[in-house]
Structures are given as C-alpha cells and as structure tokens.
Design a protein around this ligand. Structure first.
Ligand code: GUN
Length: 281
C-alpha cells in the first residue's frame, strides 16, 4: 500500500483563493485587512518565515507591514510598539515572530498583544478560549493540520490521536483541536517512555518534535494518517520532516510531505485569522 499524499501546496492555494475573494469584498466595503509582523534580531530562519508571511498577505490583497528591529531592542520599546499597533485601526493582526532574544520576556510580549488582534492565538485569553471549546483564533499550525484532515474527510470523532510534542505553539493546541473534534487524544513529550507503544495505537499521528526522520515505519499503525509538522535541514542541504517519509508512506493511509505539507498551510491559516479579525470589526 502506498499512502495518499496530502498536498499542502494545493490545499493552501485553494483556501487562499477563497481568502482573496473575502478580502476583496471587505476592501469594497472600505476595510482592508492588515497584518503587522515584528521581527527582533537576525535569526536566518525567522527572516525567511516573516518574509513569506508578508508576501502571502500581499498575494491575497491584504495590507501588511514588516518591522525588523535590532537584536538589542529593549523589551520596553517592543511593548510600546505593540501598544501603538493595538490602537492602529489599519492593523487587524499582530504577529511577533518567535523566538525572541533572551533579554526579552516572550510571555510578557505575547500578553501585551490585544487578544482580538492575536492572530497567532498565543495570548492566554485565546489559549483559554480554545481550551473551553470557544476559540477566537486557532493557532495557525494546528489549524492547518485540522484543515488537512478535513480535506481527506477523515472521520476524527472517536479516532485515537497521538500528538508528539507538547509546545504551546503546536502540540498543546493541536491536542485541544483534536479533542474538540471528538478524538481520544494522547500527548507525548521528550520524556515519554516507550514512545512506539503510543504511536502504534494512533489512527491519527501528529509529529512535532524537531528531530529529523525520528518516526519510522515500525512505529506507525497500518492505515494511520500521519501529519508531519517538522521541518529540518539535513547536512546535504535538503529539507526533511520529523517522519521518515520514504518508509512511513508504505504503512500509512495518508501522509503530509515535507516540504509542501503543513508549512504552506500554516501561513494560509495566518491569513484566514487576519481576515476573520478584520471581518469582526
Ligand atoms: N515561530 C515559529 N512558529 C511560529 C508561529 O507560528 N508564530 C510566531 N509568532 N512565531 C513562530
């Protein structure tokens, strides 16, 4: 058996067309959705991510600003700038790219973003709303993963889902969304004993560990759907996920590739969150 490949590029393209249409109708009413992306420092990966986010906004007809700040920007200055953006009527979404330099308290920064502009969905108010099943914004990567499951009409209700990785950005919100959709969810972390015993039980396996190709075919239940959130650069320069795609695709019923899987969906969900923030005004 060879798994169905869930094409993130194709799905993202389809959703972005819908977003562009909804954006155009807001613009016709005199309100252009706007996203502010703030980068502090020169992390090379972050620079690529923020550029892609801002370009994606332009492509669907949204307003966007990209602010690059030096690595030694003070926390106070950053908080001040976020406060200005909180008041700015042309901005509906504010994203501060993580990680931040060590001298800045990320938690304080995230909490300073107005919850109704927190398109990452990281503010405690939004994390709490998600936890009680009434989300204002779903964090972009898990939201994209859910859209990928939806795209193959996967019956999530009653399925066993295993999420590997317990971060606030991916693992925890992913588990909440799957739980909300009716799955029985296990969250594994780097201390989990006998990881395979858990992964082999999963009908839906979501992997976000940052460890290249760590999930191999022998760890996957035949017929499982495998969502690979990882993006790693190998010594030869090629990109790979946290799943050993070559071997796992012969066991899974559906799998997301890297690149071209979850990555393009994450940015698409950021656009959707920004659009919805503007539509609520
Ligand atoms: N760094 C890695 N992923 C993300 C994300 O989804 N949002 C922000 N703000 N920073 C990130």
């Amino acid at each position: 058996m060879s798994a169905q490949i869930i094409d993130g590029n194709a799905l993202a393209k389809k959703i972005r067309i819908e977003i562009a249409t909804r954006t155009a109708s807001l613009v016709a009413k005199g309100s252009k959705p706007g996203l502010a992306v703030l980068l502090v420092g020169e992390d090379p990966a972050s620079q690529v991510y923020v550029r892609n986010k801002v370009k994606a906004c332009e492509d669907v007809g949204m307003h966007s600003i990209l602010e690059r700040h030096p690595a030694d920007l003070s926390e106070e200055k950053l908080l001040q700038r976020i406060d200005e953006l909180n008041q700015d009527k042309s901005i509906h979404g504010i994203l501060v790219q993580l990680p931040l330099p060590k001298h800045i308290d990320s938690h304080r920064v995230i909490e300073s973003i107005a919850p109704e502009k927190d398109v990452d969905g990281f503010h405690v108010a939004n994390a709490g709303a998600l936890m009680i099943g009434a989300p204002l914004f779903r964090p972009c990567t898990p939201y994209g993963c859910m859209k990928m499951l939806e795209s193959i009409d996967y019956p999530i209700r009653g399925a066993r889902a295993v999420v590997i990785g317990a971060s606030n950005i991916v693992g925890k919100p992913m588990a909440m969304l799957l739980l909300q959709a009716g799955a029985t969810v296990t969250i594994c972390n780097s201390k989990t004993r006998d990881l395979s015993a858990h992964t082999k039980e999963a009908d839906i396996l979501v992997v976000a560990t940052g460890k290249p190709k760590m999930i191999t075919a022998d760890m996957v239940k035949p017929g499982a759907v495998v969502i690979d959130v990882g993006i790693n650069r190998l010594p030869d320069g090629k990109l790979c996920g946290d799943v050993d795609f070559e071997s796992v695709q012969s066991v899974a019923s559906a799998i997301t590739p890297v690149p071209g899987g979850v990555g393009p969906m994450t940015i698409t969900m950021l656009l959707l969150n920004t659009l919805e923030a503007a539509e609520r005004i």
